[in-house]
Design a protein around this ligand. Sequence first.
Ligand SMILES: [Mn+2]
Length: 462
Amino acid sequence: MLVQKTSSTLIDTLRRRRQRLAALINFPVILWSGSSSPRNYPANVFPYRASSHFLYFTGLPLPNAAILLEAGKLELFMDNPKPEAALWHGEMPTPEEIAQLIGADAARPMAELDSFVEGAATIAVQDAATWTRQSQILNRWVLPQNPPQGIDLELAKAIISLRLIHDADALAELCQAATVTVEAHKAGMRFTMNAKIEAEVRAAMERVIIAHNMTTSYNSIVTVHGEVLHNEQYHHSLLAGDLLLADVGAETSGGWAADVTRTWPVSGKFSSTQRDIYNVVLAAHDACIANIRPGVEYQDIHLLACSHIAVGLKDLGILRGNPQDLVEMDAHALFFPHGVGHLVGLDVHDLEDFGDIAGYEEGRVRSDRFGLGYLRLNRPLRPGMLVTIEPGFYQVPAIFNNPHLRSKYQDVVNWERLSLFADVRGIRIEDDVLVTAEGSKVLTIELPTDVNDVEQLVQQAN
Ligand SMILES: [Mn+2]
């Protein structure tokens, strides 16, 4: 069977989602699922991932399908599989059977979609075959790189307002992704002392995810070069003095993501310099989480992390001056250049297909400050939002060797003192935090952050 059976509660959830959408807009919506992209010839394809907006309203990763949403109704457009497909792919459910699984009001062949496009809004799907088809059938450009306009923008804002706040079904899936991700990280820690290169630890972690019939929600980062923020190489040897940074998250079959980072010593024991910096990052992480509650500005959470980093690095003798002044001049960003986190949901950087429309409250734009420009979320927090908290410390050569930055911050950094911390190239500690009515709930709380607990897990080598 192509698709797993859906539960009756999911059908209710899907109905509620489209009724809530209908309450926000007064025009029809057509959402395409997307199609798989070929590698070297049409039948050898990259792993297929349905569009998240399609998944939100159908719960199923159907390829080559579209849905019409109008006044709370759902119609599925999908062709019967070609008769010869059964040879390669097995018996497939009919569109009518799939329509029943997702509580759709009708199933129609794709060719009929043409007669429903009048006045319909849509959202561009990333794969070229699909956005080309969207543009043809709607007779206007629908391009993933263009910000939505007109009714497409109205639709985007309506969907953002729904997807920002997770319902019970979404939360159940997000918790599953978080639980499996925690297990994957524990497996990675326990395997490290047996591993010779990064790839072996990655395999131990992804094994857990794959064994739960999940996928990774983004390309795993498992590296002894944590200072390369999006390092996707796994060939480096693990040496006794190294820290290993692992940013690995699971995605459920319904598409819901987790995003977690831990940093641990390859030897099972942090050096004193590694421990000192780790505890600075951990203090920032803990303070941010302790302050998450409805109404708090996410940018203030980010600035709280910055100020903990500044205080901690000043206490270690790495930064000089008044911590508040250091944050105001963005000196913390020499070591913590990215934002403290982002939205998580059906995507790991949830809703970022709309640029900053989702991440930034209406009327706000990105700052051009060195210490704020990479902040991906700038809204007051509301119950039901899921965000990451992921402060870090990195020694990035591209930053330290930048002549402009080097001269601007020449006097506030004790470079000689910093050189004693050469065995700390990159540390990040990242958890997934749900905003609740009372405050917050850390979905990944079962994964230790404390140095002694982390060391103990690594030392449990199997
Ligand atoms: Mn993240």
